[in-house]
Design a protein around this ligand. Structure first.
Ligand SMILES: [Zn+2]
Ligand SMILES: [Zn+2]
Length: 369
């Protein structure tokens, strides 16, 4: 029996998201039906709402940083069972393509987590198809996802914290530990101290970086950055950021810089603060069509500029590992949540994210039973 669920629905020509009733199909062979407990609101969701990422005309249910309790599973599901607590991740993997087999499931090219065209839609409104963003659609009371889009987590973890590890924290911590492989003693600069930037800082701290310089335009975010492991803060609305970072490192520059926003101007600055043989890792998701321009003379010899896709994650390994770090007090995830809201408040949450007045908002759902 299909389940009815409230969901925040996006349509291209509509102002904001609207809370509407949808029906969610029963799980097929490899699918998992999840009662939502919490979902983060990520900037990728915002990019769709703002038209910076084209996700079609809709109707579409956004959201991908989901956490909840498994309600039902298809006959072929082995990773979870009803009652298990899970986190969703957009890095669904097939396990069989070249990238998966080479140990890079975050780059899976098979896109295995959706239904095929000849199968019924997972989400419906009447008989109209409703699309699920990246195969997850966590801005809804009920999610139906592929088994390879979820990971089981411990029952004693708070869902709001766990949901953030499904995307922003995974992308940030992973960028430092897996993509850039920051080494103990190296110096780091992080441009942008939202949820992802704060996670990069913590990944760098876990790796043993000697200096972690946070760069942002608001004093409050720089304070937050220091509370999770940054050793220095540069307020880019007061001083030129590139010069300030160079000064803090005695003119040398940093071994690793990270861009956490997706702004071409910040990528340029992140490249310009590198030391000789330094590495700049672009973690932020730029809008469609973005172009980076960096003067060649401004970059020191033998530097690397690279992108990071979801922190080069193997999410089935990394999400439980990062949550263990949280339990051990080594990842400070409570500080990243600046607001908790209800699904009804979604448009207000989006507006406040545009005002950039917080690191991360988590939508929390009622849990029955
Ligand atoms: Zn995300
Ligand atoms: Zn694959």
């Amino acid at each position: 029996m299909p389940t009815s669920s409230l969901a925040a629905v996006y349509r291209k020509d509509q102002n904001g998201l609207s809370i509407e009733e949808i029906t969610v199909d029963d799980p097929l062979e490899r699918e998992v039906l999840i009662r939502s407990a919490a979902t983060g609101v990520c900037h990728s969701d915002l990019h769709v709402i703002d038209g910076h990422i084209n996700a079609g005309r809709g109707p579409l249910v956004l959201g991908h940083e989901g956490a909840g309790i498994v309600e039902a599973v298809g006959a072929g599901v082995t990773h979870v069972k009803p009652g298990d607590h899970v986190v969703t991740c957009l890095s669904g993997f097939c396990g069989q393509c070249d990238q998966c087999l080479a140990g890079h499931p975050n780059l899976c090219v098979a896109n295995p987590t959706g239904r095929t065209r000849d199968q019924a839609s997972r989400l419906l409104q009447g008989d109209q198809r409703v699309f699920a963003f990246v195969g997850i659609a966590s801005f809804a009371e009920v999610m139906l996802v592929h088994e390879h889009s979820v990971v089981k987590i411990d029952d004693d973890l708070p869902f709001d914290v766990a949901s953030l590890v499904g995307c922003g924290v995974l992308a940030g911590v992973g960028a430092a530990l897996r993509t850039a492989r920051v080494q103990a003693g190296q110096t780091v600069a992080v441009f942008g101290c939202g949820g992802v930037g704060l996670s990069i800082i913590q990944g760098a701290a876990l790796a043993g970086a000697s200096r972690i310089i946070a760069v942002d335009q608001t004093g409050a975010k720089l304070e937050l950055a220091r509370s999770v492991g940054a050793t220095d803060g540069v307020n880019a609305s007061d001083v030129p950021a590139v010069e300030a970072v160079r000064e803090l490192t005695g003119g040398r520059g940093v071994d690793h810089s990270f861009e956490a926003v997706g702004l071409p101007a910040l990528v340029r600055q992140a490249a310009e603060v590198l030391a000789v043989r330094g590495t700049c890792t672009i973690v932020g998701v730029p809008p469609d069509g973005a172009v980076f321009e960096i003067p060649f003379a401004a970059i020191r010899p033998e530097c690397t500029i690279q992108t990071s896709r979801m922190g080069s994650t193997r999410f089935r390994l990394d999400i439980p590992r990062y949550l263990d770090f949280y339990k051990a007090g080594r990842l400070h995830l409570d500080q990243i949540i600046t607001r908790r809201a209800r699904l009804d408040d979604i448009n207000d949450v989006v507006a406040s994210m545009h005002a950039a007045d917080g690191a991360r908002t988590v939508i929390v759902f009622d849990q029955q039973g």
